[in-house]
Design a protein around this ligand. Structure first.
Ligand SMILES: CCCCCCCC/C=C\CCCCCCCC(=O)N[C@@H](CO)[C@H](O)/C=C/CCCCCCCCCCCCC
Ligand code: ZN
Length: 277
């Protein structure tokens, strides 16, 4: 880090446990990290649109919660990067855990009947969120939060790979685009953290607009926002396909006709999904 480029600003010195590579209060006296703040719009506006569409199309409430979850992360992240205050950092990081838990619920419950609830999975995910929140509030260790979030993403990746390998291979493009965009974002997040000194030196020699392109934490926001949005589309698509085309097995008792009577086999053919006991 090169603290010389950080300026004092409206919200006072940072109280957060993390201070990203972007130079503080360089673009505005009121916004600590300008690019890291405005890049959150991608996590706020498209999910709000998605939420409106979900209500309009009468889709399940869990998807509405998923969209609103990303929008909540985006709003929290906006407040955090604007102020660099600890309480705002929690508004950014804790909803990441909660919304990702909602994603996990949606993707693991996509092959269940409409209006069914898996209370055990709900309990496990709520318990996980409560434990992560409690431990994180005590530890204040960002790596703990990152690992816990990574565990949830890992479950999403495994489940997505299962779905596109064994159930709906034609959704591979959407699932892998979502994963790829997310992973490129994660790569840039690491590049921003590891080579921060280099980027800061470079930016001082670059015209401001070009320098903005090297704000890789902002790119992480954009790519993870897009990846999450595509992931909800994938989850929603999987669910819709299942509800529309799931095999309907009708169990009924059939009166077996003695052989020679025409009609018994043709009626069975007319209703191929009927299962005779
Ligand atoms: C197939 C699935 C791919 C898409 C999964 C998308 C899951 C998205 C869930 C919730 C939305 C959260 C959006 C993230 C917003 C980030 C805001 C942010 O930058 N917050 C920071 C503070 O500004 C915070 O401190 C950052 C934490 C970053 C943690 C990065 C950990 C990433 C772990 C990725 C592990 C990949 C595992 C791959 C396994 C094969
Ligand atoms: Zn951020």
């Amino acid at each position: 880090m090169a603290p010389a480029v950080d300026r004092p600003g409206y919200w006072g010195p940072p109280t957060s446990t993390l201070d990203w590579c972007e130079e503080n209060y360089a673009a505005s006296y009121y916004i600590a990290e300008f690019w890291n703040t405005v890049s959150n719009l991608i996590m706020i506006l498209p999910p709000i649109y998605g939420a409106i569409q979900t209500v309009r199309d009468g889709l399940e409430t869990r998807y509405l919660v998923a969209y609103l979850g990303i929008a909540a992360v985006g709003l929290g992240s906006w407040c955090f990067h604007m102020t660099l205050q600890y309480e705002m950092q929690l508004l950014d990081e804790l909803p990441m855990i909660y919304s990702c838990s909602v994603f996990v619920y949606c993707l693991f419950e996509c092959f269940k009947n409409k209006n069914s609830y898996n209370y055990l999975l709900l309990f496990i995910l709520i318990l996980f969120s409560v434990i992560v929140t409690t431990v994180y509030l005590r530890l204040k260790e960002p790596v703990f939060h990152q690992v816990m979030y990574g565990v949830l993403v890992g479950f999403l990746v495994l489940r997505s790979v299962y779905i596109v390998t064994w159930v709906y291979p034609w959704l591979r493009g959407l699932a892998y685009t979502s994963l790829g965009v997310f992973l490129i974002g994660f790569l840039l997040w690491n590049i921003d953290n590891i080579f921060c000194d280099t980027w800061r030196d470079l930016r001082q020699k670059m015209p401001p607009v070009l320098g903005a392109v090297t704000q890789f934490h902002a790119w992480w926001h954009i790519l993870t926002g897009l990846g999450s949005y595509l992931h909800i589309l994938f989850s929603l698509y999987t669910r819709t396909l299942y509800l529309k085309y799931r095999p309907k097995v009708k169990v009924s008792t059939c009166v077996m006709q003695p052989s020679g009577h025409a009609g018994s086999s043709s009626s069975a053919l007319q209703d191929a999904s009927k299962l005779c006991l």
